[in-house]
Design a protein around this ligand. Structure first.
Ligand code: HXC
Length: 514
């Protein structure tokens, strides 16, 4: 027995070395940690149970028969994060550049299948040169097997991709199908074709960082949901994200113990809005004054900043928040904001996370750029996502709710459960000036004093429409509340809705405008 145990421990030590000391050193030289160090940082201490440590590839071509490392370039297994089970894989760049072989793919598919059966989130730590070139179509097939599993697991368990090195070519499509992508500045890159191919095809000179670095994807493309400076920060924020989301689609939203004081009022909320309704303010200030401990975990923080999406807790319960940001583009809905928030709404709905919608929206962004790029079909995504969502849905109109954007932002008409407004709300087909110039055009043009007439009509319009009372009279709003009571009102609303059941008609699946 003693000898057998010694042999086992030797084999395990050998496997843990991956591609060997030299390759580990070169990994450090690139500013990256090893696959196993990353796992240690991510999961609860001592909780990692590895499977597939002894798996080796079966390839024989191009000298691969003489190069075989136990584990085959990916560490797979199960662990706990804050005591909750997760499945994970961590690609080992020290073995063939973390490239994906047939067996490497089989290991990933194995834990994904188990995770789906067990109802636990899947976390992938990606650091790979892509398909293992020497294995040809076998490695391409391996990718396709993963893509299929990513697709089948979508909406069953949360899937999180963490990019900590290269992720190029078709390989990017596995993270792209998952729910959230994390990237680390300077060391992670994602692109379909690298700078050299770009140069050949389009004659553009572009660096790795410009083409597919973390900030490019966090700000320009929206591919990355979270961007951090280093691996430690990145991995600790993966843990934080998990604290807001359930482990699978059958679980309810997470409810933490919370010492609730519902008598507490927050008068600060009365002071955030400027007197002039055309002046901006920071919607994040509203959010931070509403949520538990001022803790808001923002998704896509630097992308389409005219809409804010993120997770927080209200009275201990996890909620997803979607809010217009008047400070950026006046909070208008454009293509990127619609796509960003629609995907967020669908994630929350898939995993039973209630939605809080804070509205201050002047409408959709006009212009040829938006129209020619399809604001109609992209804007429809957000409308569709809110309409389809059956989780508890609470809306608070803070200031403007104009035009189609009023309907889209979780209005009563598309199954908002509780729709509130502050007394500052303005709900109308369009803003006062634009509206008056259309409906009173003749009167204004024919008036002896057009400016005075415009002013008169403006005041008439503002008095009639720039308030929440007509919507409340019709029952489109359930109540108009004093801002200082908002937190209490929202917590009570979500508490009342916590066992809400709503269904969509039976169908194979819906056909969201893509
Ligand atoms: C086999 C690979 C590999 C690959 C890297 N290596 N990529 N081996 N298949 N795809 C090996 C290298 O030969 C090297 O081995 C070791 O990994 C480390 O690579 P380096 O080049 O030394 O590292 P670095 O300078 O950091 O560059 C990393 C890299 C570069 C940018 C990823 O290696 C690279 O460009 N690799 C090729 C990427 C690629 O084109 N992959 C195919 C993409 S298409 P030694 O033994 O020298 O240490 C694709 C299709 C997916 O993936 C399709 C899905 C549908």
């Amino acid at each position: 027995m003693k000898n057998k145990l010694y042999e086992l421990s030797q084999k395990k030590e050998d496997a843990k070395l991956g591609g060997g000391e030299q390759k580990i050193k070169s990994q450090y030289d690139k500013g990256k940690l090893t696959a196993r160090e990353r796992i240690e940082l991510l999961v609860d201490e001592g909780s990692f149970e590895e499977i597939g440590m002894f798996v080796k590839h079966r390839a024989m071509d191009f000298g691969l028969d003489k190069q075989n490392y136990p584990g085959d370039g990916v560490v797979t297994g199960f662990a706990k994060i804050d005591g909750r089970a997760i499945a994970l894989f961590s690609q080992d760049f020290t073995v063939f550049g973390g490239s994906l072989s047939e067996t490497h793919a089989e290991k990933i598919v194995k834990i994904m299948k188990l995770a789906m059966k067990a109802g636990i989130p899947i976390i992938g730590l990606n650091d790979s040169g892509g398909a293992r070139i020497q294995e040809g179509v076998n490695s391409l097939g391996g990718y396709a097997d993963i893509f299929l599993l990513n697709t089948l697991a979508s909406g069953v368990v949360p899937q999180i991709s963490v990019i900590l090195g290269p992720c190029a070519g078709g390989a990017v499509y596995s993270p792209a199908i998952t729910d959230f992508i994390f990237m680390t500045r300077k060391t992670s890159h994602m692109f379909v074709t690298g700078p050299n191919v770009v140069k050949t095809v389009t004659h553009e000179d572009v660096t790795f960082e410009e083409l597919g670095g973390a900030d490019t994807h966090g700000q320009k493309s929206g591919v990355a949901h979270f961007v951090y400076d280093n691996e430690i920060e990145t991995l600790s924020n993966v843990r934080k994200l998990l604290s807001f989301i359930p482990s699978n689609f059958k679980e309810k939203s997470i409810q933490f113990e919370f010492d609730l004081d519902l008598s507490a009022e927050n008068t600060k909320l009365r002071e955030i809005l400027p007197d002039n309704p055309n002046k901006p303010y920071d919607m994040k200030e509203v959010i931070l004054n509403l949520v538990d401990d001022g803790d808001f975990f923002e998704v896509h923080k630097n992308y389409a900043e005219n809409i804010i999406c993120g997770f927080a807790r209200l009275g201990g319960m996890s909620v997803g928040i979607v809010a217009n940001q008047p400070q950026v583009l006046a909070g208008v809905l454009d293509i990127n904001a619609s796509v960003k928030s629609a995907r967020f709404v669908r994630f929350c709905d898939a995993f039973n996370i209630p939605l809080l919608v804070l509205v201050d929206v002047p409408g959709f962004l006009p212009g040829t750029e938006q129209e020619w790029n399809g604001i109609i079909r992209h804007g429809a995504k957000l409308l569709f996502a809110f309409s389809e969502a059956t989780v508890p849905k609470v809306t608070l109109i803070i200031r403007k709710a104009y035009g189609g954007a009023y309907d889209v932002m979780n209005s009563k008409h598309i199954r908002g459960d509780y729709n509130f407004a502050w007394p500052t709300a303005e709900i109308a087909v369009m803003g006062p000036k634009g509206a008056v110039e259309i409906i009173f055009k003749k009167e204004i043009d024919s008036s002896e004093n057009p400016e005075q007439e415009l002013e008169l009509k403006l005041n008439e319009y503002i008095e009639k429409f720039a308030n929440p009372y007509i919507a409340a009279e019709r029952g489109f709003l359930d109540d108009i509340i004093d801002p200082k009571e908002t937190r209490k009102v929202l917590i009570n609303a979500f508490d009342l809705l916590k066992n809400k059941v709503d269904n969509n008609p039976k169908k194979k699946h819906s056909n969201i405008p893509l």
